[in-house]
Design a protein around this ligand. Structure first.
Ligand SMILES: [Fe+2]
Length: 153
């Protein structure tokens, strides 16, 4: 039995404590990432779960230190937090570096060819659209419109 998802979800919840908005966002991103993974056989599930759940951990130190967060500060502050959290959980060392690169690049043009980075960006965008109350495919099933995945309008 693989406890990766449970372990990483506990890390997420312990880290964000009562910031339920961030916790819910991360769980929703994981849900969409898992659906996208089914169509992407070369995706590393363990890495995908880690980056989906922890992609926004940079928000907390950014807001504490700067009083705000944006894509750039999330990318700057997220990787050191993710490295510490994943390291403390016994996550495979070789995947921690990849997770940090993905988290440090999820709001800007891709500098890496990781399929997990591509899926994270898609899942995050879908959830951000849904949270903004915009139409995104079939809202009842959670399935995004093809145009939402391709960027075509
Ligand atoms: Fe996000």
């Amino acid at each position: 039995m693989d406890y990766c998802k449970g372990k990483l979800t506990k890390l997420l919840v312990d880290y964000f404590e009562t910031d339920f908005r961030r916790i819910t966002h991360a769980l929703e991103v994981l849900k969409h990432a898992e659906r996208l993974m089914e169509q992407t056989p070369d995706c590393d599930h363990e890495l995908m779960i880690a980056v989906a759940l922890l992609h926004d951990v940079g928000i907390k130190p950014s807001e504490e230190r700067l009083g705000y967060n944006n894509g750039k500060t999330q990318e700057e502050y997220g990787p050191p937090v993710a490295e510490q959290l994943l390291g403390s959980s016994g996550f495979p060392q070789e995947k921690i570096r990849m997770a940090c690169e993905i988290i440090g690049n999820h709001h800007s043009p891709s500098r890496y060819g990781y399929v997990e980075l591509k899926l994270l960006k898609e899942a995050d965008r879908i959830v951000n659209l849904l949270e903004a109350g915009k139409t995104c495919g079939d809202m009842t099933s959670g399935a995004p419109a093809e145009s939402d995945l391709t960027g075509k309008q």
